[in-house]
Design a protein around this ligand. Structure first.
Ligand code: GLV
Ligand code: MN
Ligand code: MN
Length: 407
């Protein structure tokens, strides 16, 4: 193994356990848990050691760069937060590539960025840091609507307790100043690369998504004494919606998931009075995503009437399908070829901060294979040689993109 590959594997391993994770059987850190804080501090100090001027924005995004103020920069990075039971490479790979690019090319005006709360595990909102930086989420929403899943307190309160003066979160926009290109290296999170024996993918499109919560209200009744015909069972509507969602996704060419269902009061001998289910619908074409959503909500409404129930849908966030920049895609593909790899052009089914940044900065992503396509799981694994290959490709592409513009 090369020194770079060894270093990346060792750091990913270090960050996969306490104190960098809040649990010891998986990676768990979301804004602003102790594991998240420790990880941001540690990666910040590694970036500083690599010669970058490191800062935190007002919402908790970590960034560091070098070069003359106001000069063009190539942004490289991803995120350091995780899902609640995640693996060691999701997000971390992009940050370790940014770190190694900074080390490998001391003259390159690179800007490393770890966007805060990409996964939405803390506040139920995907891609929060990049949406703050681009002005898609404002200070008012952070102080009111966007609340912690754990305790219901607003983002601003949590951020302030963690030392982030979020009242001035609009200053996050400075992260984009002078950024002439953005590259997010990431694990693929599926198994197309592995199955085709390809070591690199260049992403030219990211699937759009909509995420929300459907709440069904019925009536709690005795599970033995209440005849079936007299029930208003919220759980049964949840079950109907889950199955209908699968059919609709297949019909429209989308993917859809109910990843979290809570029945209340949640007792074996009580008819559920309430069901809360999350809806996650995605696809490379917005019409498929929105068509699936519209039809599943209409179905839920009709079935609720038939069952004597009420439904309420609250959207958490949505993002359209995003086409990435041809210039950055080509720079990555050309750089991969110089390294002897013909990369696969790919659509990312997962969401990434890159889809938020793409309208503002020419952007693309580089994928490396993950073993068995496993991700959002502690079993997530990467060949460190592929991680080191990504460093060489991104360094080369960044040089091309900065071109004669280096100030
Ligand atoms: C983020 O990983 C997502 O696509 O949910
Ligand atoms: Mn993820
Ligand atoms: Mn990720």
């Amino acid at each position: 193994m090369t020194a770079v590959a060894e270093r990346m594997a060792a750091t990913a391993e270090l960050l996969s356990a306490p104190p960098f994770s809040d649990r010891d059987d998986a990676v768990c850190r979301y804004a602003f848990t102790p594991g998240f804080a420790a990880t941001v501090d540690h990666v910040g100090s590694l970036l500083a050691d690599a010669g970058l001027r490191v800062r935190r924005d007002r919402a908790g995004t970590l960034w560091g760069d070098r070069g003359a103020p106001g000069a063009p920069r190539v942004g490289v990075g991803s995120h350091l937060d995780s899902v609640r039971r995640g693996g060691r490479w999701d997000g971390v790979l992009g940050m370790l590539v940014a770190l190694e690019v900074a080390r490998a090319a001391p003259d390159l005006p690179v800007r490393a960025v770890a966007w805060v709360e990409e996964e939405g595990a803390g506040f139920g909102q995907l891609l929060l840091g990049s949406r703050i930086a681009t002005g898609a989420v404002d200070a008012d929403a952070l102080a009111t609507a966007i609340r912690a899943l754990d305790d219901g307190r607003p983002f601003t309160e949590h951020a302030r307790a963690a030392g982030m003066p979020t009242a001035a979160c609009t200053e996050s926009a400075a992260i984009l100043d002078g950024m002439v290109a953005w590259i997010e290296p990431h694990i693929e999170q599926a198994r197309v690369l592995e199955d085709t024996g390809t070591r690199l993918g260049v992403v030219d499109r990211i699937a759009g998504f909509v995420q929300g919560e459907l709440v069904v209200e019925g009536r709690a009744d005795h599970a033995g004494a209440t005849p079936m015909a007299l029930r208003r069972d919220a759980g049964l509507l949840a079950a109907e919606v889950m199955l209908r969602l699968e059919e609709l996704a297949l019909t429209h060419g989308a993917v859809a998931t109910v990843g979290d269902v809570v029945l209340t009061p949640g007792a074996m001998n009580v008819v559920p009075a309430r069901a809360r289910l999350t809806l996650d619908i995605r696809g490379p074409h917005d019409a498929a995503v929105l068509g699936t959503l519209e039809e599943v909500l209409a179905f839920a409404g009709e079935r609720a009437v038939a069952r004597g129930l009420r439904t309420d849908y609250r959207e958490r966030s949505r993002q359209p399908a995003t086409v990435l920049d041809t210039g950055v895609v080509d720079a990555l593909a050309d750089a991969a070829r110089v390294e002897g790899i013909e990369p696969l052009r790919m659509v990312s089914g997962a969401a990434h901060d890159t889809m938020v940044l793409a309208p503002y900065v020419p952007s693309a992503m580089l994928f490396v294979p993950c073993v068995d396509g496993l991700s959002h799981d502690p079993g997530e694994a990467v060949d460190p040689a592929d991680a080191a290959l990504a460093v060489r490709v991104v360094t080369r592409a960044a040089h091309t993109l900065i071109g004669g513009r280096d100030g």
